[in-house]
Design a protein around this ligand. Structure first.
Ligand code: C2E
Ligand code: MG
Ligand code: MG
Length: 570
């Protein structure tokens, strides 16, 4: 800590030095203690050992002259306030010193005690205030870590300032599911979590490395002088492990993980922008790989990122360009063999890339929020279509629509379903909504409330891909759902090729579902053996290539029409 009342006077003229000494001594109230040296070199020595609160600096010294004198003191001790002492004739130099960092200047011939003391107090305060502003501009208020500003400064220094190229690792860290914590426990808890994480990060890196917060739940580390990927690899393991230790906040034990991406200088980018972009791409890859891991940047990632960007920008325009369409896959009642429903499955007819299946674009739509308007379009189109089939005299069936997690969390979901039903005139019982286990189990209480609302509207509700996610059976019992769809992986196990245990899980799900009074639908039925098995265990309905692939609406209409004729003719 500096002693703010210790003042260093660097002045080679004994008369001038004596004058200042006397002025300060004359003032009985002055708190300042003066130390005089007559050479710059001695001044710098003193600065190194004592750290005074103020420097009074004569620019013309035997071992240094002019602005250079100031520059050297300032470079040595940038946080100590400096008042330049100058003769009447070189005020311009003194002003330049003030512009480049000195707090004030005094003209030696025109000095009096009051002026001197006031300038000294003022300079100390001014410097303190400047430092405070600088701190605010460079540090994150929540965590006290360097912010983006300072990070970029330090990166510039690390990358450019050195003559020889330095090896640094830039690490982009993003907490997994932070938004979920923030939303469910509140922003206060979110802030505390970020502070904990900031502390942990600071504690695991080496001295001289930088830990900074970019904003939100994003942190960036600069690891200096990292020549060896193995060493970085181990450091990253340490960091990821440290961050994933349980943390207790407001009485909650939280298990938070993070995903990280690493880019290396110089090999992964000549400049800061590229390094940051590449570390971000690597972090993104870590998220895709299931989170809670880290990835080193590769040029392959760049290709993936570019593809994703292209996909995202076309996806944004796909709705207004009317590029989506629905295919429908029939669902068969296994007792009667009749089509009792159809599942609407979205397709994207891209002008260049051709017909794209949902696995290619739904995850991205989900991530970008575009799923909400797309999902609404699907819902409306499916309801309109079903209503049109009924108006055309086809036998009424249910249309099922898949709901995404993001749509499910929308407050407006209920309203939008109710509005679409009333606008299209489709009876609610002819609409079924498919959810997945994870959507429901993530926040079961809230889910039950939403589902209850939909059920009261009269809409049918089913759990899709049942058995692949994590379900709590006790919640399953209290959910207002009527249908379980057995995931096709269990149906695949049934067929003769399925091996010893073929079908035990499908069988278990059917009997579990029936004891909960749920209707059971088997997905992905492809052959006779599977069908026989499902019939034998009294599965209610089935869907799959064995009956029909998902087909365009016109073809689906033909299937429904044929059905009607054949039933009449029976
Ligand atoms: P899902 O809801 O489980 O839909 C069934 C998927 O299984 C469909 O793939 C369908 O073509 C496929 N399938 C049907 N029968 C068979 C079969 O016998 N064998 C095999 N191997 N596969 C069969 P698709 O159309 O590619 O859809 C994939 C997933 O995309 C859907 O799985 C659903 O989760 C999602 N999805 C589709 N449309 C929408 C939508 O409009 N909104 C949302 N949020 N998700 C959708
Ligand atoms: Mg489905
Ligand atoms: Mg499914």
């Amino acid at each position: 800590m500096s002693d703010s009342h210790s003042v260093l006077l660097i002045e080679d003229n004994p008369g001038d030095a004596r004058l200042i000494e006397v002025m300060l001594a004359e003032d009985p109230e002055t708190p300042f203690r003066l130390n005089c040296v007559d050479r710059l070199a001695r001044g710098l020595e003193f600065l190194a050992s004592e750290k005074p609160g103020l420097v009074l600096l004569d620019l013309s010294l035997p071992d240094s002259h002019g602005l250079d004198t100031f520059a050297r003191v300032y470079a040595h001790s940038p946080t100590v306030p400096i008042i330049v002492l100058t003769g009447n004739d070189d005020q311009t130099v003194a002003l330049t010193a003030v512009k480049t960092g000195a707090q004030d200047y005094l003209i030696k011939g025109k000095l009096d005690r009051e002026l001197l003391v006031r300038a000294m107090h003022y300079s100390i305060e001014r410097k303190r205030y400047q430092e405070q502003l600088e701190h605010q501009a460079n540090y994150d208020a929540l965590t006290g870590l360097p912010n983006r500003n300072l990070l970029l400064d330090r990166l510039k220094q690390a990358v450019f300032a050195q003559r020889q190229v330095r090896s640094i690792a830039l690490v982009f860290i993003d907490l997994d599911h932070f938004k979920f914590i923030n939303d469910s426990l509140g922003h206060n808890a979110g802030d505390k979590l970020l502070q904990h994480m900031a502390e942990r990060l600071s504690s695991v890196v080496r001295e001289g490395d930088t830990v900074s917060r970019l904003g939100g739940d994003e942190f960036i580390l600069i690891l200096n002088d990292q020549h060896n990927e193995d060493v970085i690899f181990r450091a990253m393991q340490r960091i990821i492990n440290k961050l994933s230790e349980p943390v207790s906040i407001d009485g909650h034990e939280l298990y938070v993980t993070c995903s990280a991406g690493i880019s290396l200088h110089p090999q992964d980018g000549p400049d800061i922008e590229t390094l940051l972009k590449n570390a971000d791409a690597a972090m993104y890859r870590a998220k895709e790989r299931g989170r809670n891991n880290f990835q080193f940047y590769t040029s392959e990632m760049n290709r993936l990122v570019n593809e994703r960007l292209a996909l995202e920008s076309s996806l944004r325009r796909a709705l207004e360009r009317r590029e989506f369409l629905l295919h429908y896959q029939p669902k068969i009642n296994l007792k009667t063999g009749a089509i009792v429903g159809v599942e609407a499955l979205v397709r994207w007819q891209h002008p260049e890339w051709g017909l794209m299946y949902p696995d290619r674009f739904i995850p991205l739509a989900e991530e970008t929020g575009l799923i909400v308007p797309i999902g609404e379009w699907v819902l409306r189109t499916a309801c309109e279509q079903n209503r049109a089939w009924q108006d055309a005299g086809l036998r009424p069936v249910t249309v099922s629509v898949n709901l995404s997690a993001r749509q499910f969390r929308q407050e407006a979901l209920f309203k939008s379903v109710a509005r679409i039903l009333s606008e299209t005139g489709l009876r609610p019982r002819h609409l079924e909504m498919e959810l997945t286990e994870s959507m429901v189990m993530h926040n079961a209480e809230a889910a039950i409330a939403i589902l209850q609302g939909l059920k009261e509207l009269g809409v049918q509700l089913s759990v899709d891909d049942f058995g692949t996610g994590y379900s709590s059976l006790s919640y399953l019992k209290s959910l207002p759902i009527g249908i379980l769809k057995i995931d096709r992986s269990f149906v695949r196990d049934i067929s003769a090729r399925g091996g010893r245990d073929g079908g035990v899980l499908a069988q278990a799900i059917i009997s579990l579902g029936h004891s909960l009074k749920l209707k059971i639908v088997a997905e992905g039925v492809e052959d006779d053996a599977q069908l026989k098995f499902l019939k034998a265990y009294r599965c209610d309905e089935a869907q799959g290539y064995y009956f029909s692939k998902p087909v365009p609406p016109e073809e689906c209409a033909r299937l429904l029409a044929r059905e009607k004729r054949s039933r009449k003719s029976r």
